[in-house]
Design a protein around this ligand. Structure first.
Ligand code: APR
Length: 241
């Protein structure tokens, strides 16, 4: 564990939101056992059946207010505030999740590399807007008033994740990299620990219900539910100064 750390990057995946009631993707009861990702999370699926893809995203978007952050989200928000108070330490959360639970727990420094379910984007003019409503092929863009181009502002397979340049800078500069609740199946996020190791300066920790695909790449790996592991880990970090 060592420490104290001053530039922390935390990567989160669906596992951190599981105890808030949101499905993961690849667990035995995961989302990809219920719907085919090719049908709901690819540009081809959207082109084949936009109504089906909108319905899939609409149910998550309109239902998001019904979920609450859990103790793991809250511990990360506490860590960010404490680090900032202690001579300008920094915590960046890079999340693969499209929910808003980190923000609702109080985290301010969050990058959504796979987009956000509570935002919609016009493919005609590029406008990104907040929305908690159901959208569809008839939805008109409020900016360019063109119908038929508004889509969920989330990253589908075969599309480039957001914020990659900034994430690369932060991975190079961090002194602690923590991965929480991700199976390590999907790149580029699954390659972040290798990128950090190549810079040779940060301690690397995985906090996950079970060892991920890349668990052996981490200097330290702990197994258990995020609501147990993350608050305890944050307390250890804060006690280390
Ligand atoms: N606490 C901690 N970890 C948990 C918990 C929990 N309560 N429950 C499940 N996990 C772990 C699982 O063991 C698994 O390793 O969370 C991980 C979830 O893995 P995935 O379902 O593959 O989710 P994720 O890694 O976030 O997927 C990455 O794939 O489908 C795409 O875009 C989607 O962002 C997603 C990306």
């Amino acid at each position: 564990m060592a420490g104290p750390y001053r530039r922390i990057v935390v990567l989160t995946g669906a596992g951190i939101s599981k105890e808030s009631g949101l499905d993961t993707f690849r667990d035995k009861d995961g989302l990809w056992t219920k719907v085919r990702l090719e049908d709901v999370a690819t540009p081809g699926g959207f082109a084949r059946n936009p109504d089906y893809v909108h319905d899939f995203h609409n149910s998550l978007r309109t239902g998001m207010a019904g979920y609450s952050p859990n103790a793991a989200h809250e511990a990360l928000a506490r860590l960010e505030a404490e680090l900032a108070a202690r001579n300008g330490g920094r915590l960046l959360v890079v999340t693969q999740n499209v929910d808003d639970l980190h923000e609702r727990a109080g985290s301010r420094n969050v990058l959504h590399m796979h987009g956000e379910i509570l935002k919609i984007r016009c493919e005609n003019c590029g406008t990104v807007a907040e929305s908690r409503e159901a959208i569809g092929t008839a939805t008109i863009c409020a900016t360019c008033t063109t119908p038929g181009y508004v889509r969920p502002h989330v990253v589908w397979f075969e599309e480039m994740p957001f914020h990659m340049a900034k994430i690369g800078v932060e991975l190079a500069a961090c002194d602690l990299f923590v991965s929480i609740g991700t199976s390590g199946n999907v790149y580029p996020a699954a390659g972040f620990v290798d990128e950090v190791r190549r810079h040779g300066r940060a301690h690397t920790v995985e906090l996950n219900l079970e060892p991920s695909e890349g668990a052996t790449l981490f200097a330290e790996a702990r197994q258990g539910p995020a609501t147990d592991l993350v608050p305890a880990f944050v307390e250890e970090l804060l006690a280390a100064g």
